[in-house]
Structures are given as C-alpha cells and as structure tokens.
Design a protein around this ligand. Structure first.
Ligand code: AMP
Ligand code: MG
Length: 419
C-alpha cells in the first residue's frame, strides 16, 4: 500500500495542472458577478463636467462675501439651470443662477449656495419659475458645493484590473463610463456524473434498496456558488456500458471540468475506475483526510477530472478542500481560504488523518466556540446542513480536549443557523 497522500501536496499537484479560461465579450448586464479579463480604462472624466452638489443658486463666491441672516445679500436671478440641460452662456458678475443637483455649473460661477440658506422657498415645487431676486443668508468658500469634472475618475485612468469581480459598484462604474460590453473570463462548464445502482432521481419513486441522488444537486450548488456552470447528467448504473455511455455523453457537452461521485473506492461494483482508466490518465489517490480518503484525479481527453467519494459529506468536503480552489483558478478567481480560530466546546476525537469535523460556531465575547454538530458520519448530509464550519484536526492528533483552539474553515456567517 502506498502511504497516504498529504492534503496540501494533493492540492499543490492539482493546482499546478489548472489553467485559467480565456475571455469572452458579454453585454454589461450579463457581466454581473463575472471576472474581468481586461483592465478597464475610463475613456472620459467622471463626472464629465463641473456640477452642483445641491439644489440652490450658483454664484461667484465673491458676490456673496459677508452675507449673514441679519445682513443678507441680494442678487438678481439671471439663469435657471435644470439637471440635464447645458447652460448656453456664462454667469454675469453680481447675478445668480438657480441650479439643480447634478446640473452643470455655468462659466463664471465659483460656488453654490443651498436653497435652505436663501430666502427662496422651494416648497412651492421645482417647476415654479425662479424668483427675480434671491437673498443669500451666508457667505461661501470658493468651490463650495461644486463637484469638479474628473473628481471621481479622470479620462485615461485604470479603474479596475483584470481579475476583479464585477459587483454592484463595479458594474455601475462601467455603465457610468459608457462601456456597454466587457471582456470577462468564460465561466467553467462543469459536467456532473452520479453513479450507483442504488440511486434514483428526486422525481422517481423510492423503491426498496434505493436512495435518492443528493450529490448531483449538492455539486450543482457548489459549482454555481464557485462561479461555474453545472451540467448534471443522468445517473449511471453500476454497469460498464452505462458508465461508459455517460462519460462519453459528458465529454460531448464539451465541459471544462468533469466531476463524478462514487465508485472510486474498492467495492466490487466500483466500475467507474475501470472506465476512467480506459478513457483518461487518472491517479487513484488515498488522501490523508477524513472524510474523503479515496479520490480519483487526472485528465480525461485533456479535461481536469475529479472522481469524488460517494458519501455525501465526503463529496462536499473534498469539493471544499480540493475542487473549490481548482475551480477558482480555472474561473480566474482569486482564492484565499478563510480560516478562523475557534475554541472547542467539547472534546474531539479523530483517527490521525487530517479531519474536517462539522461544527456549529457561536460567538462568546472575543472567542468563537465550535461544537460538533453531533453525528459525524460521512454519510450524514444533515451534519453539513447544521454545520457553520469545518474544524480542522491536524494529522497525527487523535484527541483534542474541550477548551483547546482549532482552525476552522467557515462555511457561512455565524448565527445564520436557526437550529
Ligand atoms: P460508493 O463510493 O459508491 O461506495 O458510495 C459510498 C456511499 O455513498 C454509499 O452509501 C452510496 O449509496 C452513497 N452515494 C453514492 N452516490 C451518491 C449520491 N449521488 N447521492 C447520495 N448518496 C450517494
Ligand atoms: Mg457505489
């Protein structure tokens, strides 16, 4: 027997094989949550012109010098500038322009006095005509309430780098600078294969001896969450022809990655191994981790292939530890595993493999307390429903007492779990 392969070594081998996908051009609405394949350089200043930060009056600030509530200064209102309009002339000295938020500052104006600091009353409604004169109740600094052209960004500036994920602010900025299309990394298409004579789909009747395929759905969710596009194939029977046929079908959809579950242990019906060996270059790894010791990894016709163990928790944990970082690399997404340190609420036992124990997480002042979700069987998917994180018991530790600190991979934010 080969010695067990260290988890980190396995991940290093996998990551060395992964290549980021190429870019594709998509329309702006489609680009949301995608990874930029290009730097974004602004072709324009933003804002494109000096504009008012307030509803009020644009003036030359010198014309309001010394104004106060007891000594207001009156100016004639010579212009009326609405948002969306462009002033057709400069502001004359000694006069004011009524101006709306976002409207262009006329030439000559150096400050905007908010309407609240004047004798004008806009409660009458914005479409009422401007008064002939306006009284200023305070003086203004040069530039007050003026948003300068380019103060947000300047033409020629790089506002986002390739590799950035387009979130709400990013997509808004890209719209703001006027790019209707962007180049993003193609989303990896991932074919999912479940196999086993015991499996039926969620729509099918549950007859004696059968269970429903949960891995197919779990994997689809995990892949979608990681920025991939899952494609679930029909369930393969434990027969060579069935497995062969479904692998062929999986290849026909031209995926960027192939993930199967079950059939990689040494059971009598584990024919998946046989087919994998026919079709590709696959290693069968025994990884020093729990759950998830047996794992097939390699390439099938150049495609990265993962044969994950069939037990639902093993499927999820091996995905989390080994596939998620790989998929992130293919998707061009920066990946950094979040880890927190938690204090164990109960004693924890392990078997000397690196163990990913399902735990709940609760804040207790400065500390985070991790407690076992109860059942830790790799077949009990409920332990993942209950889990807020995976507590990592290092190799060669068989006992960790309550009160000790352990690293935890958080799976979600705390206190989300109503159980
Ligand atoms: P195997 O790797 O084929 O030995 O399967 C290990 C365990 O996982 C068995 O109890 C299977 O019934 C179970 N299992 C395999 N595939 C799935 C699946 N797609 N959904 C739920 N359980 C599964
Ligand atoms: Mg099986």
């Amino acid at each position: 027997m080969n010695p067990l392969l260290n988890v980190d070594e396995a991940l290093d081998k996998i990551l060395a094989d992964m290549k980021p996908l190429e870019g594709e051009t998509v329309s702006l609405p489609e680009s949301y949550n995608r990874v930029l394949a290009q730097d974004i350089v602004s072709p324009i200043d933003l804002p494109p012109f000096d504009n008012s930060a307030m509803d009020g009056y644009a003036i030359r600030h010198e014309d309001g010098a010394g104004a106060s509530p007891s000594h207001p200064i009156s100016l004639s209102v010579a212009m009326d500038i609405m948002a969306g309009s462009a002033p057709d002339r400069a502001l004359e000295d000694g006069s004011a322009a009524r101006i709306m938020t976002g409207a262009p500052i006329p030439q000559g104006a150096t400050a905007v006095i908010p309407v609240e600091d004047t004798d004008d009353d806009w409660s009458k409604g914005e479409d009422s005509p401007p008064p002939g004169e306006v009284s200023l109740f305070r003086s203004l600094e040069c530039g007050e309430n003026i948003r300068l052209a380019g103060e947000n960004i300047k033409a020629g500036e790089t506002i986002m780098k390739a590799g950035a994920v387009i979130g709400p602010a990013e997509i808004g900025m890209i719209a703001g600078i006027g790019l209707p299309r962007v180049e993003v990394i193609r989303q990896p298409k991932v074919a999912i294969l479940s196999s086993g004579d015991e499996l039926v789909d969620v729509y099918d009747e549950l007859t004696p001896g059968k269970i429903r395929d949960s891995n197919g759905y779990t994997l689809a969710g995990l892949i979608r969450g990681a920025g991939g596009v899952p494609i679930r194939l029909p369930i393969a029977k434990d027969r060579l022809e069935s497995i062969r046929a479904l692998y062929r079908r999986a290849l026909e959809i031209n995926p960027d990655m192939l993930i199967s579950t079950a059939g990689v242990s040494v059971g009598a019906a584990d024919l998946v191994r046989v087919v994998m060996e026919e079709l590709g270059e696959i290693d069968f790894w025994r990884i020093n981790m729990r759950p998830g010791k047996p794992l097939a990894y390699g390439t099938i016709q150049g495609l990265p292939f993962f044969g994950l163990p069939g037990n639902p928790v093993s499927t999820m944990v091996t995905f989390e530890v080994l596939v998620r970082p790989a998929l992130a690399k293919v998707a061009g997404r920066a990946f950094q595993r979040r880890r927190i340190v938690a204090t164990l609420g109960d004693d924890m036992r392990s078997d000397g493999r690196r163990t990913y124990a399902r735990v709940t997480l609760k804040r207790d002042g400065e500390r985070v307390i991790a407690r076992s979700t109860g059942i830790q069987s790799s077949g009990a998917l409920m332990s993942m429903v209950l889990a807020d994180g995976l507590a990592v018991v290092p190799e060669d530790r068989t006992f960790v007492p309550a009160g000790a600190e352990l690293e935890v991979i958080p799976l979600r934010r705390f206190s989300q779990n109503p159980h």
